[in-house]
Design a protein around this ligand. Structure first.
Ligand SMILES: *[C@@H]1O[C@H](CO)[C@@H](O)[C@H](O)[C@H]1NC(C)=O
Ligand SMILES: *[C@@H]1O[C@H](CO)[C@@H](O)[C@H](O)[C@H]1NC(C)=O
Length: 305
């Protein structure tokens, strides 16, 4: 049941993204383009999500409140992941990176930094997996079960982080945040590449941690397709195309994919946008709302094309 609901949400997201793209070609972008602060805060929301997930997986505890900002609510679904020594080392390194990204952005934004919004680091992952599989996963999916499940959960949003920063580069070009965003984007790309490589290896041979009928690579590909359709485009690839490795997700010119904040929002809220849903049940914090995002999408696409 849940999966059909989520698919319906993704289809609605697809339709609304298409509607917005059509609007953008037939009408000038709305006045009031977002400020650099709005965009940096948008990125901060994504960093909170990644850092919170790795904090839970690696330590079993949410981010310290000093890092989440005053008044930030506790996330739902947080727990310690059951990881091997290698998985634990990876989770700890990813956590260190994402905590530092949160700190770097919060320092850059100063008093303009938003606090962390309500985050779902539990059921949102299983909702995505069910939607990708087309039916409820059995046994049900938790990102904290084992190494492969943890990697699959990390895969769900690591590539999104890369495409989000790449999509924002155009809009940040003349702002003080450009260098920082470019350097964070590279780190996100390293992380996404590592996660994809581990999944690629886990897909080889039999893996006792993998209880599902479709192979790991098939499910990874399904999640990539789901992200692409939520973003209203053809901007994602899994780790295997037939028998050919596609470890590096790139377009036909081997350039990295880019996503507008609207597209990113549709992915991380599972199509709910500013109303909140998915990983951000109450929406994101900061100046970017679904309404104003239409203008951001337009300006970022034209700035980066
Ligand atoms: C923890 O992970 C190990 C190795 O991946 C697995 O054999 C075991 O069943 C897992 N334990 C739980 C409680 O899921
Ligand atoms: C996958 O392989 C097919 C057939 O070789 C090719 O046409 C297509 O471009 C490939 N897709 C990607 C994303 O590499």
């Amino acid at each position: 049941m849940m999966s059909y609901k989520v698919i319906a949400i993704f289809c609605a997201a697809l339709a609304s993204v298409n509607a917005r793209s059509l609007q953008q070609t037939s009408a000038p972008a709305p006045a009031g383009t977002p400020s650099a602060v709005d965009i940096a805060n948008f990125a901060l929301n994504l960093e909170y999500l990644e850092a919170e997930f790795y904090s839970c997986a690696a330590t079993g505890s949410p981010l310290p409140s000093s890092l989440r900002g005053s008044g930030a609510p506790l996330s739902t679904g947080c727990q310690k992941a059951n990881l091997t020594t290698v998985g634990q080392q990876l989770a700890e390194e990813l956590l260190k990176n994402e905590m530092n990204h949160v700190e770097v952005l919060r320092n850059a934004l100063g008093s303009a930094a938003v606090a962390a919004p309500l985050l779902n680091v539990g059921t949102a992952f299983s909702d995505v997996l069910n939607a990708a599989l087309g039916s409820p996963a059995s046994p049900s999916f938790s990102p904290y079960t084992n190494d492969v499940f943890f990697l699959l959960a990390a895969f769900i949003f690591e590539d999104v982080g890369v495409t989000a920063y790449e999509g924002a580069i155009g809009a940040l070009a003349a702002t003080p945040y450009l260098q920082t965003a470019a350097r964070i984007a590279a780190v996100e790309a390293y992380q996404a590449g590592i996660v994809r490589s581990f999944l690629f290896q886990a897909n080889e041979g039999t893996n006792s941690d993998w209880p599902y009928q479709p192979t790991i690579a098939t499910v990874v590909g399904d999640i990539a397709k789901l992200r692409a359709s939520a973003a209203g485009g053809n901007d994602d690839v899994g780790i295997l195309n037939g028998t050919t490795a596609t470890l590096v997700p790139v377009d036909s010119q081997s350039l990295v994919f880019q996503r507008t904040p609207t597209q990113v929002l549709d992915i991380v809220t599972l199509g709910k946008g500013a109303n909140g849903g998915g990983f951000f049940p109450s929406g994101l914090n900061g100046g970017l709302t679904q309404v104003s995002l239409g203008g951001v999408g337009g300006s970022i696409s034209s700035g980066s094309g």
